[in-house]
Design a protein around this ligand. Structure first.
Ligand code: PLP
Length: 403
C-alpha cells in the first residue's frame, strides 16, 4: 500500500497525520455507484464518517446525496454543492435552530424518531408556511451482530420509534397540517459484517409495509435502509473495497419494494474507512515488566476508536519491509495521560525502534472527524494521495500547523 516514494514523503513529514488514498476512494465510490445503480437505489453518504473537503467533493462529483446528523452537517453538504433534494437529516434530538435551518433549505427529508419532535417540526412548518417532508425512523428490534456501542436497532437503544407505536404516530401525524409523511427510515447499527441482519431488516420492512397498506391504506414513496455495512479491519488489504454488489443483490432479493417506491441507503464507514491511515512515529520503546510499550506520537486525541469502542486496527511498522518476521510483541500506546490511550495490546511486529514510522490502518471513517485537542495537543495533519506531486524534490507540506 505504501510504495517507496510515498514512504520517502512520509519520512520527511511531521507526524502524526492522516493519509488518504484518493485513488482507492474514487474507485470505491465508482463501485458503489455501479452496484446501487443496478437497482436504481439511491445513496446518501453519511457525512459523520469523514467530512474532509476532498472527500465530500468526490462524493458530490459522483452524484451521491448526503446523510446528515446535525445542522452543521446539512450546512456542510450544501456548501459542498450537494443539492438539498438529496439531503436527509437524522438524529434523535434536533434543536429548533437546526430544524429551522433545514426547513429553510428545503431538504429532501427529516428522518424523525419521535412524535414529540415531529410536533415541533410541524409548528415550524406552520410558522414558515411550508409542508415539511418527514420519514419515520423506526426501531425494528433487530440485533445487528456488532459491538454493543455500534448497535442502534434494539429496544434498549435510544434510537427510533418502537414498532408498537407506529399506529399511534401515524394517526397523530394525520392531525398535523404541515408535515408530510414520505417514507420509513431504518438504521440498525454500524460495522455489520454479516448480511443476515439486513435480510431480517428486509423481512421486517415487508411486514411493516403490509400492515401500513392493509390497515391504513398507506403506500409510501421512500424506504431508507440506512448504513452500517462493515469493513475488514483485521486484514484491510484483503478487502479494500467492500462487496457492494453482494450487499445490494441481497437487499434486492429480500426487499419487497412497492411500485414506484425509491429505496435509499446511507453508507459511511464502508465507503471511506479503508482509504485512510493514521501515520505516526515511534517516540520510545519503553521496557515494562514482562512487556514492551511502543509509545507513538499519535494518541487517543488523534484516533479515539480504540479507547471509545475497544476497536482494533491493523498496526504496521512501515519502516520495516513487509516480509520481515514479526517476532516482537508490543503494547502500542499513545502519549496522552489516560490509561485508555492505547491502540492495542500484544501486537506482533518486526523489531521496532525510536523513529520508525507506523501506520494504523482503516482509519478513514470515524478517525479524523473525532479528533480532539485534549491536553492541548495539536490536531493531526491530513495528506491526500492526489495532492502529492513531488517526485524527487523535497515535498512541501502546506497545511498550517502550530509547532
Ligand atoms: C452513522 C449513521 C449512518 C452511517 O453508518 P455507517 O456505519 O458509517 O455506514 C447512516 N445512517 C444514520 C442515521 C447514521 O446515524
Amino acid at each position: 500500500m505504501f510504495n517507496k516514494e510515498l514512504y520517502q514523503y512520509f519520512s520527511q513529514t511531521e507526524t502524526p497525520f492522516y493519509f488518504y488514498d484518493m485513488g482507492l476512494f474514487n474507485e470505491s465510490l465508482k463501485k458503489l455507484k455501479q452496484a446501487a445503480g443496478k437497482y436504481d437505489y439511491l445513496v446518501h453518504y453519511a457525512i459523520k464518517a469523514n467530512a474532509n473537503d476532498p472527500i465530500l467533493k468526490a462524493v458530490k462529483k459522483i452524484g451521491f446525496g448526503a446523510d446528515c446528523v446535525s445542522g452543521n452537517e446539512v450546512r456542510k453538504a450544501i456548501e459542498t454543492g450537494i443539492k438539498p433534494d438529496k439531503i436527509v437529516f437524522a438524529g434523535v434530538g434536533k434543536s429548533d435552530a437546526e430544524i429551522n435551518y433545514a426547513i429553510d433549505k428545503s431538504i429532501f427529508s427529516f428522518n424523525s424518531e419521535s412524535i414529540e419532535e415531529i410536533e415541533v417540526i410541524n409548528e415550524w412548518g406552520i410558522e414558515k408556511q411550508k409542508i415539511v417532508p418527514v420519514s419515520l425512523r423506526l426501531n425494528p428490534d433487530i440485533d445487528a451482530i456488532t459491538h454493543k456501542y455500534l448497535t442502534t436497532g434494539l429496544p434498549e437503544n435510544k434510537f427510533g420509534i418502537p414498532l408498537s407505536f407506529l399506529g399511534k404516530v401515524i394517526r397523530r401525524m394525520g392531525d398535523l397540517s404541515n408535515v408530510n409523511l414520505i417514507g420509513l427510515h431504518f438504521h440498525i447499527g454500524s460495522q455489520i459484517r454479516e448480511l443476515s441482519p439486513y435480510i431480517q431488516l428486509c423481512e421486517k420492512v415487508n411486514m411493516i409495509q403490509d400492515i401500513l397498506f392493509d390497515e391504513y391504506g398507506i403506500e409510501l414513496d421512500h424506504i431508507n435502509l440506512g448504513g452500517g455495512l462493515g469493513i475488514n479491519y483485521e486484514n484491510p488489504d484483503d478487502e479494500l473495497i467492500p462487496d457492494y454488489a453482494n450487499f445490494f443483490d441481497t437487499i434486492h432479493t429480500h426487499l419487497k419494494k412497492r411500485k414506484n417506491q425509491k429505496v435509499h441507503f446511507e453508507l459511511g464507514r464502508s465507503v471511506v474507512g479503508q482509504t485512510g491511515s493514521l501515520i505516526s512515529r515511534v517516540l520510545y520503546i519503553k521496557k515494562g515488566i514482562n512487556k514492551e510499550f511502543m509509545i507513538l506520537d499519535a494518541g487517543m486525541t488523534d484516533l479515539i476508536r480504540p479507547a471509545l469502542y475497544g476497536a482494533q486496527h491493523k498496526i504496521q511498522n512501515i519502516s520495516k519491509p513487509e516480509a520481515q518476521i514479526k517476532n516482537f510483541k508490543y503494547d502500542v500506546v499513545g502519549p496522552v495521560c489516560e490509561s485508555s490511550d492505547s491502540f492495542d495490546d500484544n501486537v506482533m511486529l518486526p523489531m521496532t525502534k525510536r523513529g520508525d514510522l507506523v501506520a494504523i490502518r482503516s482509519t478513514g471513517a470515524y478517525g479524523e472527524i473525532m479528533v480532539s485537542q485534549y491536553t492541548l495537543r495539536n490536531k493531526p495533519g491530513a495528506i491526500y494521495s492526489d495532492e502529492i506531486k513531488v517526485k524527487n524534490e523535497k515535498p512541501v507540506f502546506s497545511k498550517e500547523r502550530v509547532s
